[in-house]
Design a protein around this ligand. Structure first.
Ligand code: TRP
Ligand code: ZN
Length: 473
């Protein structure tokens, strides 16, 4: 469900007809213009992420997975999948792409008919046997599979379908979903998801949303069923597999919680997770109603190193410190419900999540948000902290410290500038207006000016676009 759909191309035949009338010398009408869908969504940071010409509405992922065997065998698993994808073409398509990396497609159908296909390193290129018309919903089924390893992102950090000896941790920001299913891997095409994940008996497969029926076991393998009905950016999907202990309850705001915790991690992480209910109530008071139908955490023993705000089911590796638990929960509003229009807009995710941590700490009687801001601003002006343009950090700078801390400081400075009433009104309207879709830095600046009535161009230039320490704003 893209938030900004390209206009439909529906005038080709009308133009051909007009040309015929105008010049009787032309004997044959031009054929209708069926063209290939683009190989990317148009994001300059990740040119091949996402695709053009299709709007994906729903993914049903039927996955069969076996983790890596014990040491000293290589850490390689086996994944076989059938992806059933409901999409609506946004142009008349002669062919179209899905993103798929490191796995092999073996069979593709479009609207029930066998399609031909080829693969490059990141693209599955599908040529339907019958051309596909704009606006006419079609179901695409892709059978695929292969050996799973431990993929890394552009910075060398583990992400995507990360194979372990007791399962898999599945955390795909920004463009790692293509390592585990055929996908339009860009936040501008949100879709609903459902999952059927079959794993060796004794392991638990945890995805987004809630179980849609009880797990079933046959011949030593268990199938877990999940339904995630809230539209979701592909990087927020998960299907993590482990030796988890499950804890289900209802939070104080009424949200059903499903936590899955590695048995080796039932100590301190569980104490932080127990604050989830209070945190939901606190963030609802700041940002409006929790946007999704469920929440919960996955705490995995393995070491991807950091946490991810997987939609409705935040992922934590090893530790789940209180600040991180608050950070990933706040992302559900800021990042998940409202997602970046382009990856350059990442400070809107990380700045809000970090500022939410500052506010949670103050709420708990710890350091005030103002004190966190003052601490940050005590970094000397010649420190490289101030050298990043946070609203355009580059693909290698997406998760650098200033995106988080200068992003948070920007929001605090804005709050002081426009006052609490306008600031929290802005936060709520941001979620209300752009929820379910994506928004950009320009959208944020425009809404901040609209809500506050202030002229904020210079303010945001200094905070977001100038690679120097702000001194006067
Ligand atoms: N968005 C995450 C956070 O700040 C960090 C992150 C980026 C990440 N890419 C990732 C985590 C890939 C896990 C995997 O909470
Ligand atoms: Zn974050």
């Amino acid at each position: 469900m893209p938030s900004r759909r390209p206009a439909l191309l529906a005038i080709a035949s009308a133009i051909a007809a007009a040309a015929l009338l105008a010049s009787p010398a032309v004997a044959v009408a031009a054929p209708p213009e069926y063209t290939p869908g683009a190989d990317g969504a148009g994001d300059p940071y990740f040119p091949l992420a996402g695709n053009g010409g299709t709007d994906i509405v729903h993914y049903h992922l039927d996955l069969d997975y076996t983790p890596a065997p014990p040491d000293p065998a290589p850490i390689e698993g086996r994944l076989d999948g059938v992806a059933t994808i409901d999409l609506v073409p946004t142009q008349d398509l002669s062919r179209f792409n899905l993103d798929l990396r490191g796995l092999t497609a073996t069979e593709v159908t479009v609207a029930g008919k066998a399609a031909t296909f080829t693969q490059t390193s990141n693209e599955l290129v599908i040529t339907p046997s019958k051309k596909v018309k704009a606006g006419k919903a079609a179901q695409v089924v892709v059978r695929y599979g292969g050996t799973t390893t431990r993929p890394t992102d552009i910075e060398g950090a583990l992400y995507g379908w990360v194979t372990t000896r007791d399962g898999a941790m599945v955390v795909s920001e920004p463009d790692g979903s293509a390592t585990w299913f055929p996908v339009n891997d860009h936040p501008t095409d949100k879709a609903t998801f459902s999952f059927e994940i079959t794993v060796p008996e004794g392991l638990v497969a945890v995805a987004n949303g809630l179980p849609s029926r009880p797990a079933t076991t046959a011949d030593g393998r268990t199938t877990w069923y999940w339904d995630a009905p809230d539209p979701m950016a592909a990087y927020l999907a998960t299907a993590s597999v482990g030796d988890y202990v499950v804890n289900q309850y209802v939070a104080a705001n009424g949200t059903p919680i499903f936590d899955a915790v590695d048995p080796a991690r039932l100590g301190a992480p569980s104490e932080s997770l127990a604050l989830t209910s209070d945190m939901l109530v606190f963030f609802e008071s700041l940002y409006g109603p929790y946007p999704f139908g469920s929440y919960g955490a996955i705490v995995d023993d393995d070491s991807v190193g950091y946490a991810l705000e997987t939609q409705t089911r935040s992922f934590f590796s090893r530790t789940a410190r209180e600040g991180t638990v608050a950070h990933e929960l706040a992302h559900q509003w800021m990042g998940d419900e409202v997602s970046p229009f382009r990856w350059a807009d990442i400070w809107l995710n990380e700045g809000w999540a970090t500022y939410s941590q500052w506010m949670w700490t103050e709420h708990r009687g710890g350091q005030t948000a103002q004190a966190s801001f003052d601490d940050y601003l005590s970094i000397p002006a010649d420190d490289e902290e101030w050298e990043l343009v946070v609203a355009d950090p580059g693909p290698l700078g997406l998760f650098l410290n200033p995106v988080y801390d200068r992003g948070a400081a920007t929001l605090h400075a804005l709050r002081v500038r426009i006052g609490d009433e306008a600031f929290f009104d802005l936060a709520k309207q941001w979620v209300e207006r752009y929820g379910g879709g994506t928004a950009s830095t320009a959208d944020f600046i425009a809404l901040a000016e609209e809500v506050s009535g202030a002229e904020l161009g210079d303010f945001f230039d200094i905070w977001l676009y100038t690679p120097e320490k702000p001194t006067d704003w």
